[in-house]
Design a protein around this ligand. Structure first.
Ligand SMILES: Nc1ncnc2c1ncn2[C@@H]1O[C@H](COP(=O)(O)OP(=O)(O)OP(=O)(O)O)[C@@H](O)[C@H]1O
Length: 255
């Protein structure tokens, strides 16, 4: 079953002060099945952030549709979008986006507080997630007291606490050292194996090699995709690297 689908997604940025227009996405079509872990790769300027912003309802496309769980989310009113985002999507960012004035526990619970969830329900949700992410001992600390890898695990807990249909991760390992990167990727794999749908934008071949499918964007269209299937992480890594080389040297693929 498709949980996410983009149909003929196009985004043209136009400036109010000049006639210059930038076509960031030309015609993006893809779908994500429930439970998939999809990585999106592409060179700088290929339109990845633009795509993520459209999927996250942070921006509207020039034309085309984003369908999440059967609902076209491109025409939500400004009143609807923030509760929609909170209830259906979980976000993980490169720079964690945790509030330093809140404890880690309160950072994680914030989306539930905004939704008016009861305290007992919050605790019931928090415990299993914090246990599986290994952050129970960090809950009463503040973000500035913990390492980058720990912060990203707290951010992941915050993303999971609402049981979102889809986790959108923007370069989640970008600010982490190699040990924390591997730990985070193992956790994402575990979450994926538990049935969570994840879409991750990344420049990292290593991060993408953990995904069940990698989509490559070039010049505003989906240029190629690789399914993990029965490949090992190492085989996947090699195939992603080869594809990036073909892309950077202007070679052609057919999706
Ligand atoms: N707000 C904006 N106004 C005008 N042009 C924009 C805007 N945001 C992005 N662009 C342009 O759209 C194109 C796609 O940008 P986007 O940021 O989506 O690429 P990206 O693949 O995420 O790049 P990177 O990997 O460097 O983050 C680029 O040519 C960029 O300059």
């Amino acid at each position: 079953m498709n949980i996410l689908e983009t149909k003929n997604l196009k985004k043209i940025y136009s400036s109010r002060f000049s006639n210059v227009q930038v076509q960031a996405l030309e015609n993006v079509n893809f779908s994500v099945e429930k439970g998939e872990f999809v990585a999106i790769m592409g060179e700088s300027g290929s339109g990845k952030t633009t795509l993520l912003n459209l999927l996250a309802t942070l921006d509207k496309p020039t034309s085309g549709k984003v369908i999440l769980n059967g609902k076209d989310i491109t025409h939500l009113s400004s009143k609807e979008v923030s509760s929609f985002r909170r209830n259906h999507l979980g976000f993980v960012f490169q720079d964690f986006n945790l509030l330093d004035t809140f404890s880690n526990r309160d950072n994680i619970l914030l989306p539930l507080v905004l939704n008016g969830t009861s305290v007992s329900e919050m605790e019931q949700r928090l415990n299993p997630i914090a246990t599986s992410l290994g952050i129970i001992s960090l809950l009463n600390k503040f973000p500035y007291e913990i390492s980058g890898g720990q912060k990203q695990r707290v951010a992941l807990a915050r993303a999971l606490i609402t049981h979102p249909e889809l986790i959108l991760a923007d370069e989640p390992t970008g600010a982490l050292d190699s040990k924390s990167t591997k730990d985070l990727l193992d956790l994402l794999t575990q979450i994926h194996e538990n049935g969570q749908t994840i879409l991750m934008v990344t420049h990292s071949t290593l991060a993408a090699s953990y995904a069940s499918r990698v989509l490559f964007i070039r010049d505003g269209v989906v240029f190629h995709q690789i399914y993990k299937g029965k490949k090992t992480k190492e085989e996947m890594y090699q195939q992603i690297s080869d594809t990036l080389t073909v892309m950077s040297t202007g070679g052609a693929f057919h999706v």
